[in-house]
Write a protein that binds this ligand. Sequence first.
Ligand SMILES: [Zn+2]
Ligand SMILES: [Zn+2]
Length: 240
Amino acid sequence: MTPYKRTATRSLTPIAEVYEKAISAETFTQTRRDSPYLHVLHLPDDRHRRDAETGEVIGHGETYELAVRDPLTLTEHESEYYPTSSIRELTGSFRLERVLDQVLSRAENDNLPVYKEIHTLRPAHWSDAASWVSCPSCASGSGTIALITDLDADGATFACRECDARIDESDQQRMFNDWLHCPSCNSGDINVECSAPLGSVWWSCDDCLYDTHPAPADLAYGDAREEIPQPTSSANGWQG
Ligand SMILES: [Zn+2]
Ligand SMILES: [Zn+2]
């Protein structure tokens, strides 16, 4: 079983508004502890999937699924406790607008509350090789690059310890174009957070919202996923 990890969280409300899907405020729930609920999941790594009902091709990074989940409880896994919410039913794949239609009809027909957040899930090992910054002169890995900030002067620069390349403060745009790149969408619109006193560095992308903030693995999703039928190979020759 591949464990999946939450790598971004988005509020469902403004997205439903953009698509003009009228999910009433009373339908949303903030808590996942009280009753079964509907949960929209985003699976950006499922690149070659099709709509579960129409067979329509789903674009790169645009796969969503809809889960009916049991209330959240703490369960033990390898002698640690994790918040777990079992999945009773998992449907998909759908693109975003289609998954919102499913949410509306399931909420109404089954009288289920909708959890207000969309979770993006990625295979837990996905971020192991992820690189957010590299030196454009020598293509060194992130291990040899220092972020230098002068907090007084409100400036931040990168310097490469390998080849001494650095950006001066007059050339900040190069930092976003040449040095920084989201491992998910390649955007340079990146935030770096340092978490004192633990000494960790967290990265996040403003464009696709991928982040490395600590988040629990979604163990139940990994289990449920094995139950979803995969698209048949006979569909491969069909171009959408
Ligand atoms: Zn370098
Ligand atoms: Zn990104």
